[in-house]
Design a protein around this ligand. Sequence first.
Ligand SMILES: [Mg+2]
Length: 146
Amino acid sequence: MRIVFLDFDGVLIPMDGTTISRKPAPSCIAVLNAITEQTGAQIVISSSWRHTGSIDELRAMLRGWGVRATVIGKTPAIHSVDVTRGQEIAAWLKANRDGVECFAILDDDSEMRPLSAYHVRTEKKLGLIKADADRAIELLTLPVAV
Ligand SMILES: [Mg+2]
């Protein structure tokens, strides 16, 4: 199983700093679909949007945005003051380690310890672009030791 850990804001939803539209850009969705179609990757939601609804609701929302890959879950919420998103993703990987062949983390955050090597950092004003897809596809087609 190949996994894309998916952030929404700054990845699917470009954030220009003045207006927060909270609407995904069709071009970003198209790049995500290209990544998952080329690699067969499935999606695990790591965005803070995961706290806003059940997995079924999130799945329906992504489907409505035009996301075509299967959404298989979301990362756990670890309630600790200094927990990072990277640690939450690591926790998901630890719980699912047998099934995961390789993965990429799509996120505009600067910090993704302890998984920085798998982080494809998007430019938050642009969201996901073709250059990010090239890097993501590279990660998703190389086996890694989790
Ligand atoms: Mg973000």
